[in-house]
Design a protein around this ligand. Structure first.
Ligand SMILES: NC(=O)c1ccc[n+]([C@@H]2O[C@H](COP(=O)([O-])OP(=O)(O)OC[C@H]3O[C@@H](n4cnc5c(N)ncnc54)[C@H](O)[C@@H]3O)[C@@H](O)[C@H]2O)c1
Length: 348
């Protein structure tokens, strides 16, 4: 380690970096942001000023940053299609890496990242922030204590009726590859899999639609820039242990309102999140219990994910979200697009 504090360099210093990752690192006494790389000069300068980074440590090329600055950690917050290259470069340079979700945009890319991580013997964490909110942490405790019994079905849904993003790279095929599947479904899919213990997926049947993305959306996107293949996706995923997930996600659908839920059916209980609700049969009644007080109340998910990553580095612990889990998620995401293209169920 270069100093007592973890020295952090960013690749990609836009919305999520400045809005969520900066505060996460800045809340830690034993970490400091010391370098910024962004291909947009103005973004890099603004981010460096916000993080208190010296001018000499502002870069447009991450290879130069890796060469010139002693770093412990590289935090990659570039658009989806530009995750793999800086992640592999940073691991090859012997740094620990945290990268935004989705890990990458194909199974082959995630496999390349895993190989680089194994060669480097460094930690690689995928920033699946939804796992680190108070309710998700409590849900995991309940599952791990056996409260659910065997989980055999999940509904993972994140639907926005008219919520096509207007900023960043989200709607660009070239920069993001996919639409709500990569932006939204990856969150609820990851949380479902995490709570289910990452069973082995076997088959996916899915469809994607592009019907109304030119309609007005609350974020006022420019339909001419919309080049990703999906505005709505729905699928059914089968697992080796017999469990299944029903998945639905959208940026645009004529639905009565938005939905955001992970519902799990277990042999001992049901669980819906958020809000965290436990459903159990007790004393002859099927009852719903909602948590009134959580030890993690008020916790910020992105800050907690970064705190846990820093702790794992310092204690030599495992990655809080290892890329091997993201590989399972990516197999399913690849399966969704493949099944939609072929019009039938596919093996994953
Ligand atoms: N976890 C969440 O809740 C959440 C929320 C928003 C975005 N994200 C993810 O974060 C990532 C970035 O999204 P964003 O909203 O911050 O986008 P953004 O466009 O605001 O920021 C991305 C930045 O990366 C820079 N960049 C692109 N290529 C680069 C390169 N090769 N080297 C250096 N910089 C480069 C861009 O100039 C831009 O400033 C995406 O993968 C997205 O899925 C996650």
């Amino acid at each position: 380690m270069a100093s007592d504090k973890l020295r952090v360099g960013f690749v990609g210093a836009g919305g999520i970096a400045q809005g969520a990752h900066f505060p996460g690192w800045q809340a830690l006494d034993d970490a400091e942001i010391v370098a910024i790389c962004d291909i947009k000069e103005e973004t890099a300068a603004k981010a460096a000023a916000a993080a208190g980074v010296a001018k000499k440590n502002i870069f447009a090329d991450y290879n130069e940053m890796l060469e010139k600055v002693e770093l412990d950690v590289v935090d990659v917050c570039t658009p989806n299609c530009y995750h793999k290259a800086p992640v592999v470069a940073a691991l090859n340079a012997g740094r620990h890496v945290i990268v935004e979700k989705p890990a990458a945009t194909s199974v082959a890319e995630v496999e390349e990242m895993i190989a680089a991580k194994n060669r480097a013997k460094k930690l690689l964490m995928i920033a699946q922030s939804m796992r680190f909110g108070g309710e998700a942490l409590a849900a995991k405790r309940f599952v791990d204590a056996g409260g659910m019994g065997d989980i055999y079905w999940a509904q993972a849904e994140l639907l926005r009726p008219r919520g096509v993003p207007a900023w960043g790279a989200f709607i660009s095929k070239e920069m993001s590859d996919g639409g709500p599947c990569y932006d939204l479904a990856v969150h609820v899919l990851d949380l479902s899999l995490h709570l289910m213990g990452f069973p082995e997926p076997t088959r996916v049947s899915a469809n994607i639609w592009l019907e109304i993305s030119d309609k007005p959306s609350i974020m006022k996107h420019d339909p001419k820039k919309f080049t990703v293949p999906d505005e709505l996706a729905a699928g059914f995923i089968r697992f080796e242990n017999g469990a299944c997930i029903s998945l639905a996600t959208s940026w645009a659908v004529n639905a009565p309102g938005g939905t955001h839920k992970v519902f799990l059916a277990g042999t001992k209980a049901g669980m819906s999140n958020p809000p965290l609700t436990i459903v159990r049969e007790e004393y002859g009644m099927l009852t719903n219990a909602t948590a009134q007080v959580l030890p993690e109340s008020g916790i910020k998910s992105h800050s907690e994910e970064i705190r846990q990553f820093a702790e794992a580095i310092q204690t030599g612990g495992p990655s809080p979200v290892p890329p091997e889990q993201a590989l399972i998620t990516q197999r399913i995401l690849d399966g969704i697009y493949e099944s939609a293209a072929k019009g039938r169920e596919v093996k994953v």
